[in-house]
Design a protein around this ligand. Structure first.
Ligand code: ADP
Ligand code: ADP
Ligand code: MG
Length: 679
């Protein structure tokens, strides 16, 4: 086994790899960028080397620098994690040339699977089933159109070099094909430097089911069963689970064997994932009729590998290290078994209610559910319930430079139902304040009828949208009661226990009523608190017919509050950030703003003719030029941040005055992108 390895990545996956290395007695070297100087992954490794600026191209993608760091620290091997250099065959080759072991497949296998079109040609030869489509080298636009017509609409145009859900266009009708092709090629050349595309039949209501495979240098290759990653948004995974609900033994074996055939076709070594798109002609009720087609192979450890670890009781990073060190696979196919059910939720810094716009900022509060230890999660003990993999600590910042994933929450249970219940509880115990996250959204997805009943396909989120977006799980009365209780608790704490200085509950000077003003769900709400002679509190929230009033009682402290108001009773944790109270209850979370009644009303917030960047990122393109007349809602510019593109639309009719940046420019949040004058 290696004595020391370098981890060429950051965030949760770097921490994840380091944890296994530590358990195995292997020393670790972290690399880090300027932005990550104080990151968790640096702290958990034995040594760390600074490799450059914050942008990935200045640090985590600088492979010469990373190889130098490995040589300087005496590391014998490099683990690339996922993303960054993990699927870069030049890097794998350079490691080898420098006498370092690349913990991953041979460069030739990465290359063979790197382009979707070429990998499909190989898979065709290996008799792996493919989605009907065109994956030829000839890229003539007229030919591509003819192929799409032949395949039959709807079709999907995919960038051959694409990944991460980018570079795909679904085309419903023949007349839309040309425009979609042009826009797909544009995105492909900008994002991947290669505009070759392939065309596939757009499978209706498909499931995404992938197979974990593992090969070694002794010619063994096994499959570690499947993961269902059908719950997606923008073709990116949101929830992943194993095993796939409804999977039959026979289909599992067929898919497993097809995946092993795919891996063997490229002489695969190490951890890999073969992704299949699965058609359900028999609907959710007849899973035995599912038909699977090869989509692509990811030649690395996958984000969602922990669900496979949970159901097999294995540590896939340990297997990676053993295989890379030349050992044979620890187990043969017939030794592998599935225990129970596991689900992973990707916790991301983003706003689901605003088209999943990525969020940046500081994790002012970051509280995780109680976990079983990492060691236990990876032992053979399948009594594991909850695991959190993350690369951040409370107080850390989520910067615009990297992925928006904050943490992964993995739960395991004897049954899917038990795993789901644990997921709901663990998400309820995940308290993040300081930036928008998808935690509440994940709870709603997991609770939706489709997910709860395992009616899975990639359209689950759009189908359930009525119950997933803009949902307030905690009503105004309870939110206001929590905010009032929080204020009183803080006053008690700051005034001490001296009864003569206390302002609540006990009065000596006749003040018996206090007024509050809140902002909740965009509306202003007054509240009145009355101190009663017996020491009780009466609270009235709102005015007129909508007012809710009743006795307010609470005990405990802000983060462990037992609250009772107007016939409702709940546990709550309240965290204040500025004027906003963030309230977490078992039912859900909400925010309520306390308005200082003495302060002036807000100034005019209107932006006039200015159009500003909603987040830090890169300007991809402008859809207009100076002098253009635009109408309200018309797309003006496209920005990219954290793997996602965002269109900036005109807030009103007007004439474009000036473009203030050029495509490719990096801009700060709030930067003015262009000026618009009234039409
Ligand atoms: P999967 O492994 O399920 O196919 P994705 O394609 O969504 O998952 O995620 C892999 C992507 O994560 C990479 O392509 C990259 O954009 C991004 N990524 C790379 N490095 C990191 C990191 N250290 N932390 C979080 N995300 C990363
Ligand atoms: P990426 O490299 O971005 O991961 P994939 O080829 O793996 O690209 O596809 C990503 C997702 O797009 C899939 O998980 C699935 O939801 C959807 N998808 C891909 N191919 C098809 C298809 N032929 N029909 C319908 N949906 C598809
Ligand atoms: Mg994929």
């Amino acid at each position: 086994m290696f004595k020391k390895i370098l981890i060429a990545n950051r965030g949760e996956i770097a921490c994840r790899v380091a944890a296994t290395a530590r358990r195995m007695g292997v020393q670790t070297v972290a690399v880090y960028s300027d932005a990550d100087a104080r990151a968790k992954h640096v702290a958990v490794c034995d040594e760390a080397v600074h490799i450059g600026g914050s942008a990935p191209k200045d640090s985590y993608l600088r492979w010469e620098r990373i190889i130098e760091a490995a040589q300087a620290t005496g590391a014998q091997a490099i683990h690339p994690g996922y993303g960054f250099l993990s699927e870069n065959e030049e890097f794998a080759q350079a490691c080898q040339a420098a006498g370092l072991v690349f913990i991953g497949p041979p460069a030739s296998a990465i290359q063979a699977m790197g382009l979707k079109a070429e990998s499909k040609r190989l898979m065709e030869a290996a008799n792996v089933p493919l989605v009907p489509g065109y994956h030829g080298a000839d890229q003539d636009a007229a030919l591509l159109k003819r192929e799409a017509d032949r395949i039959g609409y709807p079709v999907l145009i995919k960038a051959s070099a694409g990944g991460g859900g980018k570079g795909m266009r679904a085309v419903e009708r023949a007349e839309d094909f040309d425009a979609a092709l042009a826009s797909c090629k544009r995105e492909a050349i900008n994002s991947f430097g290669d505009d070759a595309v392939l065309i596939e039949k757009y499978v209706q209501r498909p499931r995404h089911i992938e197979i974990q495979v593992f090969g070694d240098t002794h010619g063994h290759c096994v499959y570690l069963f499947e993961r269902d990653c059908s719950v997606q948004r923008r073709h990116q995974k949101v929830l992943e689970e194993a095993p796939a609900p409804g999977m039959t033994e026979s289909l599992r074996r067929q898919m497993g064997e097809a995946a092993v055939a795919a891996a063997r076709a490229v002489h695969y070594v190490g951890a890999g994932t073969v992704e299949f798109i699965v058609e359900q002609p028999g609907g959710y009720e007849r899973p035995e009729e599912m038909k699977f087609y090869f989509m692509e192979m990811n030649t690395r450890l996958q984000v969602e590998h922990p669900v496979t670890e949970a159901i097999t009781g294995l540590d896939l990073v340990e297997w990676q290290l053993r295989v890379a060190a030349g050992e044979p696979l620890p187990l043969a196919q017939e030794d592998l078994r599935i225990h129970g059910h596991a689900i992973e939720a990707r916790i991301c810094a983003e706003n689901p209610d605003n088209q999943f716009l990525p969020a940046t900022g500081q994790l002012a509060v970051y509280r995780k559910p109680a976990c079983t230890s990492f060691e236990r999660a990876n032992g053979r003990d399948t009594g594991v319930a909850v695991r959190v993999d993350d690369g951040v600590r409370e107080g850390d910042a989520i910067s615009p430079f990297y992925d928006s994933m904050v943490a992964k929450l993995i739960v395991h249970g004897d049954t899917r139902e038990q795993a789901l219940a644990r997921l709901d509880e663990a998400l309820a115990q995940t308290h993040i304040v300081g930036l928008a996250t998808n935690v509440q959204f994940l709870r709603l997805v997991a609770r939706s009828a489709s997910f709860a009943q395992a009616r899975l396909d990639t359209a689950l989120i759009p189908r359930e949208q009525d119950v997933l977006f803009q949902q307030e799980r905690v009503g105004l009365p309870l939110a206001a009661a929590a905010a009032v209780a929080h204020t009183l608790l803080r006053e008690r704490a700051s005034e001490g226990a001296d009864p003569f200085s206390r302002r609540d509950g006990w009065r000596s000077h006749g003040l018996t009523e206090r007024r509050f003003a809140f902002e909740f769900g965009g509306a202003q709400v007054p509240a009145r608190l009355t101190y009663q002679h017996d020491g009780g509190l009466l609270l009235a929230v709102g005015e007129g017919a909508q007012a809710v009033s009743g006795a307010l009682a609470f005990q405990g402290d802000a983060q462990g509050l037992e609250l009772q108001f107007a016939g409702q009773r709940t546990r709550a944790a309240v965290y204040a950030l500025g004027e906003t109270d963030h309230v977490f209850t078992p039912q859900g979370a909400t925010q309520i703003v306390s308005i200082d009644l003495l302060a002036h009303a807000g100034e005019d917030q209107s932006e006039g003719g200015r159009l500003t960047a909603p987040m830090p990122g890169k300007v991809v393109s402008f859809a207009v030029q100076a002098g253009d007349t635009v109408t309200k809602g018309q797309p003006l510019a496209v920005m990219e941040a954290m793997k996602m593109e965002h269109t900036i639309a005109a807030p009103a009719d007007g004439v474009v005055q000036e473009l203030l940046y050029a495509p490719g420019d990096q801009v700060a949040e709030g930067a003015e992108l262009l000026t618009l004058s009234a039409a």
